[in-house]
Design a protein. Structure first.
Length: 249
């Protein structure tokens, strides 16, 4: 009797929610963003145990763990889990100039940063042994912060210049000793207006310090399919361009 009563309430509630999502672009946008964040949290929570069991903790190698389900050595758990999200939202990322990305050894990769959706595009071309620089606040974002930590993401306190310089100095040493690539967003924050903010100098100081090339990566504007100001989150393709590397001065 109780289950029948619950079903009686659940069905009209589901129909009402579906109707509201169709009639309200704002509600529909927020629901899709919320579902994306929830998906990130859930996928991170499910992936973290594999990272802990396989490599025993924090390491860049967690980006290329052998998939325990299909036992295929080319699978990279974190990378492939995030890449699969695009199918749920009808997105496609076209990549141009990937041949410029074939650089052996350490390098500094710089790209623009528009929204939370950038992560899906990032995973389309993320090279092996590549770590990202991220703001420290992300470390406390539940299971997402945990999986970023386990994947080797380097966190910086943007409010402390001395901390940022100290961390970047350590990154330079790790690049040469551990043979890792570093992915940096030189704008320092998200910017979805279709243009670029002034670049901070840290990425370029790092390249000069370590004498490694800089590889520019550019996301085309997402505003045609993702625009919070217009409550827009639709299915479309985004372009990602890789450009020739520039030697450090």
């Amino acid at each position: 009797m109780e289950s029948g009563g619950l079903l009686l309430w659940a069905l009209p509630s589901a129909l009402l929610l579906a109707l509201l999502l169709q009639l309200s672009p704002r509600l529909r946008f927020r629901a899709k963003v919320l579902s994306y964040c929830a998906l990130c949290l859930m996928a991170s929570a499910l992936t973290a145990p594999a990272c802990l069991l396989w490599n025993g903790g924090r390491t860049v190698e967690n980006m290329r763990l052998v998939c325990l389900i299909c036992l295929c050595p080319v699978h990279r758990i974190i990378k492939n889990v995030v890449r699969s999200f695009k199918y749920l939202y009808g997105l496609r990322f076209d990549v141009k100039g990937l041949e410029h990305f074939q650089v052996e050894g350490p390098c500094v990769i710089v790209s623009n940063h528009q929204s939370v959706l950038d992560m899906m595009g990032l995973m389309e071309i993320l090279p092996d042994r590549c770590v990202q620089i991220g703001k420290r606040e992300l470390l406390y974002f539940g299971s997402v912060g945990l999986i970023m930590y386990l994947g080797g993401v380097i966190f910086i306190n943007r409010k402390s210049t001395s901390n940022a310089k100290s961390v970047m100095s350590g990154v330079g040493q790790a690049m040469t000793t551990d043979n890792v690539k570093v992915w940096i967003y030189p704008e320092g924050t998200r910017n979805g207006n279709g243009d670029l903010l002034p670049f901070k100098k840290g990425a370029f100081h790092l390249a000069i310090q370590t004498q490694v090339p800089v590889i520019p990566v550019v996301y085309s504007s997402f505003t045609t399919f993702y625009n919070p100001e217009k409550n827009l989150f639709t299915s479309e393709s985004g372009l990602k361009s890789c450009h020739p590397s520039t030697p450090a001065a």
